[in-house]
Design a binder for this molecule. Sequence first.
Ligand SMILES: Cc1ncc(COP(=O)(O)O)c(C=O)c1O
Length: 393
Amino acid sequence: MIYLDNHATTAVHPEVLEAMLPFFGDHFHNPSSGYRAGKVVRKAIEEARGEVAELIGAKEEEVVFTGCGTESNNMVLKSLARIYGRKESTVITGEIEHSAVLRPCEAMADVGFDVRRCGVDEEGRLRLAEFEKVCGEAKTGFASVMWANNETGVVQPIQEACELAKGAGLAFHTDAIQAVGKVRVDVGEVPVDFLSISGHKFHAPKGVGALYLREGVRFEPLIRGGGQEFGRRSGTENVAYIVGLGKAARLMRDGLERDEHAGIRANRDHLESRLSGELEGVTLNGSREHRVPTCAHVSFEGCEGAGLLILLDEAGVQVSTGSACMTGKQQPSHVQVAMGIDDERAKSSLRISFSSFTTREETDEAVDRIKAAVEKLRRVQGGSGVGPVVVFS
Ligand SMILES: Cc1ncc(COP(=O)(O)O)c(C=O)c1O
């Protein structure tokens, strides 16, 4: 099986698993225990915190471990909602945000917050002029803009958005879940107040994340209890997973330093150029310049993505489609709608996403199998057929 769905999740790195295992065995102790065995476990957590902090240029005490990226986003958005209150506060976000930002913002709108969603251009990047205008109109409140989009991989003008929001006196959060470990993310360079991380997007296991909170920011905990994680996220720590996240952060930092991503980018670019050179009716969606190296978003004219996904699965290639099935009909994703991609093209798109585990041989083999599937689908039906429910994550 050729796995090309690394934006959905990544395989746990063998070194991450190895680092985690002792914490299911001999080191099972509670990190809050006063005896030496507890202190060993506490030290492992603090080392992991140091690794995550270093990956994003933060201080250790600015990093809190969470249960996942969705939790990190909810923690910060709900905290900000409570701090700012609904009267007179504006909540600004983007059309292409992940549901882990959009749904909490919708809940705020339901209780009376003035929630604004800014659009993107045809390349999938935030319209800064619109964002600036909305920030300027806000009396008080906060903004949340993703660093990189999960469907297209397009990197947002995050520095500019952050400066505009903060210049207007608004707090600023970024969902950096698809950026961390893939491109340089440094909170020293981009002065965000809050930043969300998810481990399973960069070879740690699913079910562990982190939230960066800049020193001095106001924060209201979502989960209260025993006061773990500086009182910001109570609950006995998920030690093994935190250790895994720390190890993965270390591997990503080393990888970025060694420019391991050049190899990932080369494979992605190779796939794109072969597909567009060897097949008719191929469109590459999203900015070519501003994007993470791990993602290709491709439309195949005359082929429904959902049908293609099934054929490819049978042929041993795992990818995602660019549409979701609603009441039996394929619907374009909200991201593609926001980019102004027409229905036909949106429904014929695939997200093909890479990691450092993807080899050149697999890339070439995947291209051959995608070509065969596209040609087959075009021959038999021009791409119709009901597909599975597929939601981008
Ligand atoms: C951009 C983005 N935000 C949030 C999430 C949610 O993260 P998690 O799966 O850790 O809850 C994902 C992935 O699913 C994502 O891609």
